[in-house]
Design a protein around this ligand. Structure first.
Ligand code: NAP
Length: 245
Protein backbone atom coordinates (compact mmCIF):
# COMPACT_ATOMS: atom_id res chain seq x y z
CA UNK A 1 0.00 0.00 0.00
CA UNK A 2 1.44 3.35 -1.05
CA UNK A 3 1.54 6.06 1.61
CA UNK A 4 0.97 9.44 0.05
CA UNK A 5 0.98 12.98 1.42
CA UNK A 6 -1.24 15.44 -0.45
CA UNK A 7 -0.39 19.10 0.20
CA UNK A 8 -3.19 21.49 -0.67
CA UNK A 9 -5.81 18.78 -0.31
CA UNK A 10 -8.79 21.16 -0.33
CA UNK A 11 -8.01 22.13 -3.92
CA UNK A 12 -10.63 20.38 -6.07
CA UNK A 13 -7.80 19.20 -8.34
CA UNK A 14 -5.96 17.64 -5.37
CA UNK A 15 -9.20 16.19 -4.09
CA UNK A 16 -10.00 14.47 -7.40
CA UNK A 17 -6.42 13.24 -7.66
CA UNK A 18 -6.51 11.96 -4.08
CA UNK A 19 -9.61 9.94 -4.87
CA UNK A 20 -7.81 8.26 -7.77
CA UNK A 21 -4.86 7.31 -5.54
CA UNK A 22 -7.24 6.07 -2.82
CA UNK A 23 -9.27 3.99 -5.30
CA UNK A 24 -5.98 2.34 -6.27
CA UNK A 25 -5.45 1.40 -2.61
CA UNK A 26 -3.15 4.20 -1.39
CA UNK A 27 -3.26 5.43 2.21
CA UNK A 28 -3.49 9.22 2.17
CA UNK A 29 -2.60 12.09 4.47
CA UNK A 30 -4.56 15.10 3.26
CA UNK A 31 -3.29 18.47 4.40
CA UNK A 32 -4.22 22.11 3.95
CA UNK A 33 -4.42 25.21 6.16
CA UNK A 34 -8.07 24.53 6.94
CA UNK A 35 -8.23 21.59 9.36
CA UNK A 36 -12.01 21.17 9.17
CA UNK A 37 -12.12 21.19 5.40
CA UNK A 38 -9.16 18.80 5.17
CA UNK A 39 -11.03 16.46 7.54
CA UNK A 40 -14.17 16.71 5.43
CA UNK A 41 -12.19 15.88 2.27
CA UNK A 42 -10.58 12.91 4.04
CA UNK A 43 -13.96 11.63 5.26
CA UNK A 44 -15.46 11.98 1.80
CA UNK A 45 -12.59 10.13 0.16
CA UNK A 46 -12.75 7.47 2.88
CA UNK A 47 -16.43 6.83 2.07
CA UNK A 48 -15.97 6.85 -1.70
CA UNK A 49 -12.81 4.73 -1.79
CA UNK A 50 -13.70 2.49 1.15
CA UNK A 51 -10.34 3.25 2.76
CA UNK A 52 -9.90 5.67 5.67
CA UNK A 53 -7.78 8.74 4.91
CA UNK A 54 -5.84 10.84 7.41
CA UNK A 55 -5.84 14.62 7.54
CA UNK A 56 -3.86 17.46 9.05
CA UNK A 57 -2.83 21.06 8.65
CA UNK A 58 0.20 22.93 7.41
CA UNK A 59 0.95 26.47 6.28
CA UNK A 60 3.34 26.87 3.35
CA UNK A 61 4.54 30.20 4.78
CA UNK A 62 5.25 28.85 8.28
CA UNK A 63 8.76 27.58 7.55
CA UNK A 64 9.81 26.60 11.10
CA UNK A 65 6.86 24.18 11.32
CA UNK A 66 7.69 22.24 8.14
CA UNK A 67 10.20 19.74 9.53
CA UNK A 68 7.85 18.64 12.31
CA UNK A 69 4.90 18.57 9.91
CA UNK A 70 6.64 16.22 7.41
CA UNK A 71 7.83 13.95 10.25
CA UNK A 72 4.34 13.89 11.75
CA UNK A 73 2.66 13.08 8.42
CA UNK A 74 5.17 10.28 7.69
CA UNK A 75 4.68 8.89 11.21
CA UNK A 76 0.90 8.93 10.92
CA UNK A 77 1.09 7.23 7.52
CA UNK A 78 3.63 4.70 8.77
CA UNK A 79 6.06 5.73 6.01
CA UNK A 80 6.11 7.96 2.97
CA UNK A 81 6.12 6.83 -0.66
CA UNK A 82 4.88 9.90 -2.46
CA UNK A 83 4.07 13.59 -2.15
CA UNK A 84 1.67 15.64 -4.26
CA UNK A 85 2.34 19.38 -4.06
CA UNK A 86 -0.92 21.08 -5.03
CA UNK A 87 -1.05 24.19 -2.88
CA UNK A 88 -0.79 27.70 -4.17
CA UNK A 89 -2.62 30.95 -4.56
CA UNK A 90 -2.87 33.72 -7.12
CA UNK A 91 -2.63 36.16 -4.23
CA UNK A 92 -3.43 39.80 -4.87
CA UNK A 93 -1.40 40.43 -8.01
CA UNK A 94 -2.10 44.19 -8.05
CA UNK A 95 -0.89 44.49 -4.46
CA UNK A 96 2.08 42.22 -5.17
CA UNK A 97 3.21 44.44 -8.04
CA UNK A 98 3.36 47.47 -5.75
CA UNK A 99 4.09 46.14 -2.28
CA UNK A 100 7.14 43.92 -1.60
CA UNK A 101 5.44 42.24 1.37
CA UNK A 102 2.53 41.13 -0.82
CA UNK A 103 4.97 39.95 -3.53
CA UNK A 104 6.97 37.95 -1.00
CA UNK A 105 3.77 36.42 0.41
CA UNK A 106 2.84 35.21 -3.10
CA UNK A 107 6.33 33.74 -3.54
CA UNK A 108 6.14 31.95 -0.18
CA UNK A 109 2.71 30.48 -0.93
CA UNK A 110 3.74 29.23 -4.37
CA UNK A 111 7.50 28.75 -4.37
CA UNK A 112 9.61 29.04 -1.22
CA UNK A 113 7.04 27.17 0.90
CA UNK A 114 7.09 24.38 -1.67
CA UNK A 115 10.90 24.40 -1.74
CA UNK A 116 10.99 23.96 2.02
CA UNK A 117 8.42 21.15 2.17
CA UNK A 118 9.70 19.32 -0.91
CA UNK A 119 13.29 19.47 0.35
CA UNK A 120 12.28 17.83 3.64
CA UNK A 121 10.17 15.17 1.92
CA UNK A 122 12.89 14.54 -0.69
CA UNK A 123 15.41 13.84 2.08
CA UNK A 124 13.14 11.07 3.34
CA UNK A 125 12.49 9.58 -0.12
CA UNK A 126 16.15 9.79 -1.10
CA UNK A 127 17.19 7.88 2.03
CA UNK A 128 14.76 5.05 1.32
CA UNK A 129 15.73 5.14 -2.39
CA UNK A 130 12.17 5.03 -3.70
CA UNK A 131 9.09 7.18 -4.13
CA UNK A 132 7.73 10.06 -6.15
CA UNK A 133 6.96 13.76 -5.99
CA UNK A 134 4.30 15.38 -8.16
CA UNK A 135 4.67 19.16 -8.42
CA UNK A 136 1.62 21.01 -9.70
CA UNK A 137 2.92 24.04 -11.53
CA UNK A 138 1.36 26.33 -14.07
CA UNK A 139 1.72 27.39 -17.68
CA UNK A 140 1.87 30.88 -16.13
CA UNK A 141 5.44 29.98 -15.20
CA UNK A 142 6.52 29.70 -18.83
CA UNK A 143 6.68 33.39 -19.66
CA UNK A 144 6.46 36.53 -17.55
CA UNK A 145 3.25 38.40 -18.32
CA UNK A 146 2.54 41.96 -17.22
CA UNK A 147 -0.74 40.85 -15.63
CA UNK A 148 0.53 38.07 -13.39
CA UNK A 149 4.32 38.05 -13.32
CA UNK A 150 4.65 37.72 -9.55
CA UNK A 151 2.58 34.52 -9.47
CA UNK A 152 4.12 33.44 -12.80
CA UNK A 153 7.67 33.92 -11.55
CA UNK A 154 6.93 31.73 -8.52
CA UNK A 155 5.58 28.96 -10.76
CA UNK A 156 8.50 29.36 -13.18
CA UNK A 157 10.99 29.07 -10.33
CA UNK A 158 9.11 26.04 -9.00
CA UNK A 159 9.42 24.32 -12.40
CA UNK A 160 13.19 24.94 -12.46
CA UNK A 161 13.51 23.69 -8.89
CA UNK A 162 11.57 20.52 -9.77
CA UNK A 163 13.70 20.02 -12.88
CA UNK A 164 16.95 20.11 -10.91
CA UNK A 165 15.50 17.93 -8.17
CA UNK A 166 14.40 15.38 -10.79
CA UNK A 167 18.02 15.10 -11.93
CA UNK A 168 19.34 14.76 -8.41
CA UNK A 169 16.75 12.21 -7.23
CA UNK A 170 16.93 10.08 -10.37
CA UNK A 171 20.09 8.56 -8.88
CA UNK A 172 18.04 7.45 -5.87
CA UNK A 173 15.14 5.97 -7.84
CA UNK A 174 12.81 8.82 -6.78
CA UNK A 175 10.64 10.14 -9.59
CA UNK A 176 9.73 13.84 -9.86
CA UNK A 177 6.92 14.87 -12.20
CA UNK A 178 6.22 18.49 -13.08
CA UNK A 179 2.68 19.37 -14.12
CA UNK A 180 2.27 22.47 -16.26
CA UNK A 181 -1.37 23.10 -15.67
CA UNK A 182 -3.56 25.27 -17.88
CA UNK A 183 -6.79 26.85 -16.67
CA UNK A 184 -8.94 24.70 -14.38
CA UNK A 185 -12.33 25.63 -13.03
CA UNK A 186 -11.61 26.16 -9.30
CA UNK A 187 -12.07 28.98 -6.78
CA UNK A 188 -8.70 30.29 -8.00
CA UNK A 189 -10.04 31.05 -11.46
CA UNK A 190 -13.68 31.72 -10.64
CA UNK A 191 -15.00 34.74 -12.53
CA UNK A 192 -11.95 35.04 -14.79
CA UNK A 193 -11.94 34.98 -18.56
CA UNK A 194 -10.67 32.11 -20.74
CA UNK A 195 -13.62 29.73 -20.23
CA UNK A 196 -13.03 28.13 -23.64
CA UNK A 197 -9.74 26.64 -22.54
CA UNK A 198 -10.90 25.84 -19.00
CA UNK A 199 -11.29 22.22 -17.91
CA UNK A 200 -13.02 20.79 -14.82
CA UNK A 201 -10.86 19.63 -11.88
CA UNK A 202 -11.81 15.97 -12.40
CA UNK A 203 -10.51 16.11 -15.98
CA UNK A 204 -7.26 17.70 -14.78
CA UNK A 205 -6.90 14.95 -12.16
CA UNK A 206 -7.53 12.22 -14.78
CA UNK A 207 -4.79 13.63 -17.02
CA UNK A 208 -2.34 14.11 -14.14
CA UNK A 209 -2.97 10.59 -12.86
CA UNK A 210 -2.52 9.08 -16.33
CA UNK A 211 0.80 10.95 -16.68
CA UNK A 212 1.89 9.74 -13.22
CA UNK A 213 1.10 6.13 -14.22
CA UNK A 214 3.30 6.57 -17.30
CA UNK A 215 6.07 8.09 -15.16
CA UNK A 216 6.02 11.25 -17.25
CA UNK A 217 8.59 13.87 -16.30
CA UNK A 218 6.96 17.07 -17.52
CA UNK A 219 3.33 17.08 -18.58
CA UNK A 220 1.14 19.86 -19.95
CA UNK A 221 -2.46 19.50 -18.76
CA UNK A 222 -4.31 19.44 -21.10
CA UNK A 223 -1.67 18.63 -23.73
CA UNK A 224 -2.75 21.45 -26.08
CA UNK A 225 -1.01 23.88 -23.71
CA UNK A 226 2.34 22.56 -24.93
CA UNK A 227 1.57 24.03 -28.37
CA UNK A 228 0.01 27.22 -27.03
CA UNK A 229 3.00 27.90 -24.79
CA UNK A 230 5.40 26.89 -27.58
CA UNK A 231 3.82 29.59 -29.76
CA UNK A 232 3.77 32.13 -26.92
CA UNK A 233 7.47 31.55 -26.24
CA UNK A 234 8.20 32.40 -29.89
CA UNK A 235 6.70 35.91 -29.68
CA UNK A 236 9.59 38.40 -29.69
CA UNK A 237 10.05 40.24 -26.42
CA UNK A 238 9.51 43.63 -28.13
CA UNK A 239 5.98 42.47 -29.10
CA UNK A 240 5.27 40.40 -26.03
CA UNK A 241 5.66 43.39 -23.73
CA UNK A 242 2.70 45.03 -25.51
CA UNK A 243 0.23 42.12 -25.32
CA UNK A 244 -2.47 42.27 -22.70
CA UNK A 245 -3.56 38.63 -22.25
N1 NAP B 1 -7.02 26.65 -11.24
C1 NAP B 1 -6.15 26.88 -12.23
O1 NAP B 1 -6.53 27.33 -13.33
C2 NAP B 1 -4.70 26.57 -12.06
C3 NAP B 1 -3.87 26.73 -13.17
C4 NAP B 1 -2.52 26.43 -13.05
C5 NAP B 1 -2.02 25.99 -11.84
N2 NAP B 1 -2.85 25.87 -10.76
C6 NAP B 1 -2.26 25.42 -9.51
O2 NAP B 1 -2.98 24.31 -9.03
C7 NAP B 1 -2.87 24.27 -7.59
C8 NAP B 1 -4.25 24.13 -6.98
O3 NAP B 1 -4.99 25.31 -7.25
P1 NAP B 1 -6.58 25.37 -7.36
O4 NAP B 1 -6.90 26.01 -8.64
O5 NAP B 1 -7.18 24.06 -7.06
O6 NAP B 1 -6.91 26.45 -6.25
P2 NAP B 1 -7.64 26.34 -4.84
O7 NAP B 1 -8.92 25.63 -4.94
O8 NAP B 1 -7.64 27.74 -4.35
O9 NAP B 1 -6.67 25.43 -3.96
C9 NAP B 1 -5.48 25.95 -3.43
C10 NAP B 1 -4.97 25.03 -2.36
O10 NAP B 1 -3.77 25.61 -1.84
C11 NAP B 1 -3.88 25.67 -0.43
N3 NAP B 1 -3.12 26.79 0.07
C12 NAP B 1 -3.15 28.08 -0.34
N4 NAP B 1 -2.27 28.80 0.37
C13 NAP B 1 -1.69 27.95 1.26
C14 NAP B 1 -0.72 28.10 2.28
N5 NAP B 1 -0.16 29.28 2.55
N6 NAP B 1 -0.36 27.01 2.99
C15 NAP B 1 -0.93 25.81 2.73
N7 NAP B 1 -1.87 25.60 1.79
C16 NAP B 1 -2.24 26.66 1.07
C17 NAP B 1 -5.36 25.80 -0.15
O11 NAP B 1 -5.61 25.40 1.17
P3 NAP B 1 -6.71 26.10 2.12
O12 NAP B 1 -7.98 25.35 1.87
O13 NAP B 1 -6.21 25.92 3.48
O14 NAP B 1 -6.80 27.54 1.66
C18 NAP B 1 -5.92 24.83 -1.20
O15 NAP B 1 -5.82 23.51 -0.73
C19 NAP B 1 -2.14 25.57 -7.19
O16 NAP B 1 -0.78 25.32 -7.05
C20 NAP B 1 -2.35 26.46 -8.40
O17 NAP B 1 -1.34 27.44 -8.52
C21 NAP B 1 -4.18 26.15 -10.85
Amino acid sequence: MQKILILGATSPIARALALKFACDGAILYLASRDANEARRVADDIGVRAGLAALSGTFDASDFPSHDEFIRHAANELGGLDGVVVCFGTLGDEDAAQADPDAAIATLHQNFTGAVSLITLAARHLEQQRSGFIIVIGSVAGERGRARNYVYGSAKGALALFAQGLRGRLAKSNVHVMTVKLGTVDTRMTWGREGALLTIPPAKAADLIYAAYRKRAEVVYVPSFWRFIMGAIRLIPESRFKRVSF
